[in-house]
Design a protein around this ligand. Structure first.
Ligand SMILES: Nc1ncnc2c1ncn2[C@@H]1O[C@H](COP(=O)(O)OP(=O)(O)OP(=O)(O)O)[C@@H](O)[C@H]1O
Ligand SMILES: [Mg+2]
Length: 481
């Protein structure tokens, strides 16, 4: 047996791992995209405000020159909100604005820059982040117009610090969850493997247990079990056939051997008597061989039908028509035994089935009915359509079969004590049962009750509703009929 691979080497865990990594990458990409988009929008907003401020301030400058600009900056400072202004001279000395000193920036005039500055909040100096633009004011002055973007900056910082942890968490949780999931999956596979091992070791009765969850593993287990049922049935059939051949064919083979021995012994007799006796023995030996061949054929047909290995073609057929054909075939035999044989009129009974197998089964039932019913009796074949499906029955007025014997008469080579004196091999009902099984039908043996009193045997083949078909080639009945 192969050794069990560790969890990490199993295909299930590898698949889970690939998915976890893919998931982590997708989440990271999605977060980055969201971050980048948000930042772009927020920056765009800030930039538009800054540009509008600059436009306003440059208009002031154009109209009122430097004093006008200083005045406006001073006027705006008290209610500046997020806006920041700082006007300095060429030595970066404060002239006007709500920033105390020129921040640490290497500004290229005209370009947006980000910088840190300090601002008193609740009485404490706090480092904050801003975004703005420096413009050159004629006369060697510099004007910084900016917006406080500290909130955006904090969000950004939070994002960059939490992202690696988020990804790590996804990976760890995913791997742990994947491990658990694949362990669960592997446990189920292991059960299937163990059961297969036990079956390989020889215990064909073992079955894979179901969890009842109805998932794929249960479906697999169910299919495996069904396959095992079929294999077991085939094996049982094979064993029964070989057992039957070994036990029940020994007697006729011995008989045949004795006949031939007797014939050999008669070789010593003389003249015409010799050839006459020899011819008789040979004829009897041939009859015995025919019987043996028939038995072999019956056994084979039963085994094949029972195991479902025959390739018997199924087609829609009319049971009533089939009954009439079989009855016609047995009419001479019934007449010879002074038994009245008839097919009772019944409804159109169409089923999907194999014609020759069903005909053989019905012939066996009719054969039994005629064989075991005393002279003067009746045999009736009938079809019926019920709620459950279609019935095909053969009823006789013979001795019937005691209820306790009914289960075993369908077994191979079983003949009841009462019929020891009539010819037969005990395979007839076995074939009927096998044909029934092949068609998902049931063979039921019951009392043939006539005017309340049991009067013989009634053998019924119950075909299920699913086997019902329209009778092929039946003339369409018109409403006028
Ligand atoms: N209609 C019947 N009435 C009474 N007994 C029956 C009837 N049909 C079957 N049996 C009993 O059931 C036994 C099994 O029947 P089955 O048809 O399998 O074998 P068989 O008739 O003895 O031999 P074969 O059919 O192989 O020639 C018979 O031997 C007989 O004892
Ligand atoms: Mg029979």
């Amino acid at each position: 047996m192969r050794t069990k691979p560790g969890l990490l080497q199993t295909q299930a865990f590898r698949i889970v791992l690939v998915y976890v990594v893919l998931f982590a990458v997708s989440v990271t990409a999605l977060l980055f995209f969201t971050y980048w988009n948000t930042r772009r929008t927020l920056d765009g907003q800030a930039d538009r405000i800054i540009e509008a401020e600059i436009t306003g301030l440059s208009e002031e400058y154009q109209h009122f020159a430097l004093p006008g600009l200083v005045e406006t900056v001073r006027a705006r400072t008290p209610h500046a909100g997020q806006a920041l202004y700082l006007l300095v001279d060429n030595l970066h000395h404060y002239v006007a604005g709500n920033l105390d000193s020129w921040p640490q920036i290497t500004a290229v005039p005209g370009e947006m820059i980000e910088f840190d500055y300090e601002r008193p909040i609740n009485g404490r100096q706090e480092a904050r982040r801003a975004r703005g633009r420096v413009i050159l004011v004629p006369g060697n002055y510099y004007l910084l117009v900016a917006q406080d973007v500290h909130d955006r900056y904090l969000t950004e910082r939070m994002f960059t610090t939490t992202l690696p942890w988020t990804v790590l968490l996804i990976l760890v949780l995913g791997a742990a969850g994947g491990g658990l999931m694949s362990r669960n999956m592997l446990r189920r596979l292991d059960t299937i493997n163990r059961t297969s091992g036990e079956i390989i070791a020889g215990d064909l009765t073992r079955r894979v247990p179901l969890t009842g969850s109805g998932d794929e593993f249960d479906a697999l287990a169910e299919n495996l079990n069904r396959m095992l049922d079929r294999i077991e049935r085939l094996m049982k059939g094979m064993r029964e056939v070989t057992d039957s051949v070994a036990h029940d064919l020994r007697t006729p083979l011995n008989r045949l051997r004795n006949r031939l021995e007797e014939a050999a012994a008669r070789l010593n007799a003389s003249g015409a008597q010799k050839s006459e006796m020899l011819a008789g023995e040979i004829e009897r030996a041939i009859a015995e061989t025919d019987q043996l061949i028939a038995t072999f054929n019956a056994l084979l047909l039963i085994a094949e039908t029972d195991a479902g290995t025959t390739r018997a073609a199924m087609s829609p057929l009319d049971l009533g028509e089939l009954a009439a054909d079989v009855a016609e075939l047995y009419e001479p035999l019934a007449e010879e035994k002074q038994i009245s044989l008839a097919v009772l009129p019944g409804p159109a009974a169409g089923v999907e089935g194999n014609r020759s197998l069903i005909a053989q089964a019905l012939a066996n039932l009719v054969d039994n009915a005629i064989k075991y019913t005393p002279a003067g009796g009746q045999v009736r074949i009938r079809t019926a359509v019920t709620e459950a499906g279609v019935d095909l029955s053969v009823a006789d007025t013979g001795p019937g079969i005691p209820e306790s014997d009914r289960p075993r008469v369908t077994e191979r080579f079983v003949r009841l004590e009462a019929s020891r004196n009539s010819p037969g091999t005990g395979l007839g009902l076995s074939l009927v049962a096998a044909v029934a099984h092949y068609h998902n039908a049931a063979l039921v043996l019951e009392d043939n009750v006539s005017s309340g009193v049991p009067a013989g045997l009634k053998a019924v083949l119950h075909f299920p509703k699913t086997a019902m078909r329209a009778v092929p080639g039946a003339p369409l009945k018109s409403a006028a009929e």
